[in-house]
Design a protein around this ligand. Structure first.
Ligand code: UDP
Length: 466
């Protein structure tokens, strides 16, 4: 490790929706800002996808990935605890190991960036360096999060029972049914964890966001300048996105892409619900029938059903040994073999979305998938399941106009791509690309963070002399 270059340490929380943008951020710091970077990761599921991602990231000499051993939290959370609670508790419990690993490093860091679930690491007293919280999602989710301690005082009863939308200063109001999962039930532990997070996120020198200026100008303005909102953000906001995987970073299941090569342009709908989204057996069967009846060409990433928990496979992605024929309706695979492809558990999403034959994405609206879709100019059918996905879906349909959100699971009639304004998606795609380019708004935001850390490095971390 070269001690002449500034060293950045990034702490990622479990889940591919966190790990993927954190690794992209790490790569940008190496490639554009001359850092060497250590990423600390906590494997959620040790799925093949996660293992491969971590292995491919380590291939650069300037980017090291250290896997912290997963912490056993079974005695600390209920057996049916929400994913949000599990991640929050896991990140809290991992801090002693992380702290020890930080102090064992030969080259002391000049920049510390922590993914939002790890906010408590910002308070490790000995970490004297520029520190930032990385929020891997959109500004609208951050605004709601930062404002929730206020809503907690103002609103009586359950948020979801309200007739009126929740008003956020300077931002679009949030419909009660679109709130973030931890707000669904106020007595649940995940709500308490969420409030703690809201207070902890701004205890940094700045907040990095996986969005860009042109995508969410109103919300970003409110977070910075609207008195009633900016008082909670407290620190500068740096939109540095869109950070997501780009094509060619993983070994690809070529049969899917070979099949796509044979399909007409814009004819295939890609159906996927992120790294952890799951359906009940009934919903899964309904979606299968819908796809079959629509006679629409499709690629569908399927997982075994889990009853009553849409985030059910979050910690177990890739563990199952089942074949899709074990859980899809009988004969489905044979009857649809000429129009569709089924990919068990995981598919090379970016490669699929960038293929010209793909004309639409039926998505759970995880922010990573949303960025993948935007950056490839693919319109979406929004079918949010959990976390902040309903909020994302509202923004995509009502503000950006690049998705449609059907009222019922879009089975009987898979939405025709013409219903979605494709030109609009292409415009969004261009603004995202522009933000990332040298001189673009996100590039410049990250440059500001990098330059604060570089100055710190020059002043306090002079090269080790032998
Ligand atoms: N992803 C993928 N193939 C899959 C499912 C997911 O490559 O079959 C990637 C996708 O590109 C995205 C991430 O995994 O970057 C999932 O993040 P997202 O925020 O969409 O959803 P989450 O998994 O956190 O619900």
């Amino acid at each position: 490790m070269e001690s002449s270059k500034p060293h950045a340490v990034l702490l990622a929380s479990p889940g591919l929706g966190h790990l993927i943008p954190v690794l992209e951020l790490a790569k940008r710091l190496v490639t554009h800002h001359a850092f060497h970077v250590t990423v600390f990761a906590i494997a959620a599921s040790a799925s093949p996808a996660e293992t491969q991602l971590l292995r491919s990231a380590t291939s650069s000499k300037l980017l090291h990935v250290v896997e912290l051993p997963p912490v056993n939290i079974s005695s600390l959370v209920d057996a049916d605890a929400a994913v949000f609670t599990r991640i929050a508790v896991m990140m809290r419990e991992v801090i002693p190991n992380f702290r020890a690993a930080m102090f064992a490093m030969r080259v002391p860091p000049s920049l510390f960036i922590v993914d939002l679930f790890g906010f408590e690491a910002l308070e490790i007293a000995e970490f004297d360096m520029p520190k930032y919280t990385f929020v891997p999602t959109a500004a609208c989710a951050l605004a709601l999060t930062l404002y929730v301690p206020t809503l907690d005082v103002e609103v009586k009863g359950e948020y979801v029972d309200r007739a009126e939308p929740l008003r956020l200063p300077g931002c679009k109001s949030v419909r009660p049914e679109d709130v973030i999962d931890p707000m669904m039930e106020r007595r649940n532990q995940q709500y308490l964890e969420y409030i703690r997070m809201a207070i902890g996120i701004p205890k940094a020198d700045g907040i990095l966001l996986n969005t860009w200026e042109d995508l969410e100008p109103t919300t970003l303005r409110a977070l910075r300048d609207h008195k009633a909102m900016a008082q909670f953000a407290k620190v500068p906001i740096y939109p540095i996105g869109p950070l997501t995987r780009s094509v060619g970073q993983e070994e690809v299941r070529t049969e899917l892409l070979d099949w796509l090569d044979l399909q007409p342009i814009d004819s295939v709908i890609y159906v996927s619900f992120g790294s952890g989204g799951t359906y009940s057996s009934e919903q899964l069967a309904e979606l299968a029938w819908g796809l079959e009846l629509s006679q629409q060409r499709f690629i569908w990433v399927v997982r075994p059903p889990i009853e009553n928990d849409h985030s059910g496979s979050f910690f177990t992605t890739g563990k199952g040994g089942e074949h899709p024929s074990d859980y899809l309706p009988e004969g489905f695979l044979t009857r649809t073999k000429n129009v569709g492809m089924v990919a068990p558990l995981w598919a090379p999403q970016v490669e699929i979305l960038s293929h010209p034959s793909v004309g639409g994405f039926l998505s759970h609206c995880g922010w990573g998938s949303t960025l993948d879709s935007m950056l490839n100019g693919v319109p979406m059918v929004a079918w949010p399941l959990y976390a902040e996905q309903r909020l994302n879906a509202a923004m995509l349909t009502e503000e950006l106009g690049i998705a449609v959100r059907p009222e019922v699971l879009p089975t009987k009639r898979v939405v025709r791509k013409e219903e979605i304004e494709k030109m609009r998606v292409k415009e969004v795609m261009k603004t995202g690309e522009r933000a990332l380019r040298k001189g673009g708004s996100s590039y410049n935001s990250l440059s500001q963070v990098a330059s604060a850390a570089t100055s710190f490095h020059k002043e306090y971390r002079s090269p080790v002399k032998n």
